[in-house]
Write a protein that binds this ligand. Sequence first.
Ligand code: BES
Ligand code: ZN
Length: 560
Amino acid sequence: MDFVTLIPNVEKVVLDTSYLDIQSVCLDGQALKHTVEERHPNLGSALIIELPAPIAAADTKFQLKIDYSTTEKCTAVQFLEPEQTVGKKHPYLFSQCQSIHARAFTPCQDSPSVKLTYSAAVTSPLRVIMSALQTSSDAGADGMTTYRFEQRTTIPSYLIAIAAGNLTGREIGPRSTDTEKFIAIGEELLTPYEWGRYDLLVLPPSFPYGGMENPCLTFVTPTLLAGDKSAVDVVAHEISHSWMGNLVTTLNWQHFWLNEGWTVFTERKIAGRLHGEAERQFSAIIGWKALKESVEHFGQDSPATVLKPDLSGGIDPDDYFSSVPYEKGFNLLYHIEKVVGGPAIFEPYMKAHVIRFAGQSITTDDWMKHLYQYFEEAHGKEMVDKLNTIDFDRWINGTGMPPVDPHFDTTLADACYHLAKRWDEARESNDLSSFSAKDIEQFSATQKIVFLERLTDCAPLPHHLLAKMDELYKMTPIRNADVRFRWQQLCVMASYEAIYPEIVAFVTEQGRMKFVRPLYRLLYRAKNGADLAQQTYLKHKQFYHPIAAQLIEKDIGLKQ
Ligand code: BES
Ligand code: ZN
């Protein structure tokens, strides 16, 4: 590892580690004294390396060689045995470092305030890929190949990533795909794409997220492969991180919204450019509902609902993960866009934001200072008065829902709301003859989602209504994961036991936390569901990614 001193008289180097076995640390071939401190339950163990003599001058370069291995308890990677893979023949490995798992992969300064370049040489019998550009691969005589990588743009540690397995690839660019269009719009809106390649890796079903913006190589869940266009939002989102998050990075996890809120805002800009403003508004409506659910989950006075939460005291950022930074963040930017006079005025500012902060790690204060500075310089004092009408303190530090109702355009949502209302009102009558399969024939997958979401806001539906809806709309067999999730959620909220085996199937065939955590929680609380939830989890514990397993255990009362 290469270091440079920032201050004079550096005597020691402190790195983050978590469940690593450190064998030796050397400087110029000389072994150094080092200690691994006692473990903090969430943050891991500091590795303290004593330098043989203080380095007197700032800006001095030096290199440490650390020999170490990961251990069984590693939270950064999941190893799959051959029988856990689709092909059943080869093992598979993948990493997930965000938020604070890079330290379980390699000793590092595991904070997004520090940016680094990396190179790697990985020897394996199976194909290896990383969040970097591959520079070579040399096949050895022993069936092993050494793959070399370089990430030349500075990145925070949470973007280090690796996958290995019996991987195959398809060339899908450069000019005709949605992916290509998203990048082109990103470049038009912001700055040239910085990372050279853009590849997508579809992970095994236990991948705990929808997508992860590893540079050069986005990771995505296989639940996106529904045969419809449900994947595109997630890909537009991860591509947007190529600027928001990967170039302009949060200084620490308290300002995580600067990554995700800005990314959601950019993702929806891209959707708007491609499919029109109504589509952007429709996505924003879905986001608002997700935000409402997060606020309900934590409670409206909960510190976890604050845009810039207090994470001091060693809170694990994974425990605070929710729609709040995404959707409150989006809504703050959307509100500012409106206040300053709309997209034509706001979009040049987005570009200025990226240009100003690319390559840096920033706080909410840095962001806000530049916001004011930009608008004053570009549009004068009058604009400052406009910005001053925004209650920033409440947006940033207040709990619960945003202080302003966004009044999204409901053009695409109205049909969904209308149909949901009819079902909600039907609970009083015994006549369901007005419903037919035609009701949702013209609905896109997203409209089905909004319809189902709307119903989850009402009192639980009587079982005969759910049965009828399933009979007419054929909900249970739908494979689009987002629709399937919303349907199962609606049913389990009503303790509709016919759906329980379907839930068990869904939460054991994929491990995306967005789906499995709410379903486990709801099943755990549903009538005759608690035991089933726990038994299902325990039986399939090995299937889940360590990050997901830990959180599910908390969700269903198996762990504090
Ligand atoms: N960077 C996140 C995933 C993440 C966040 C992993 C925090 C670990 C800690 C990624 O960009 C993301 O937001 N994924 C979403 C996609 C969605 C918002 C389109 C997901 O996984 O659902
Ligand atoms: Zn994201």
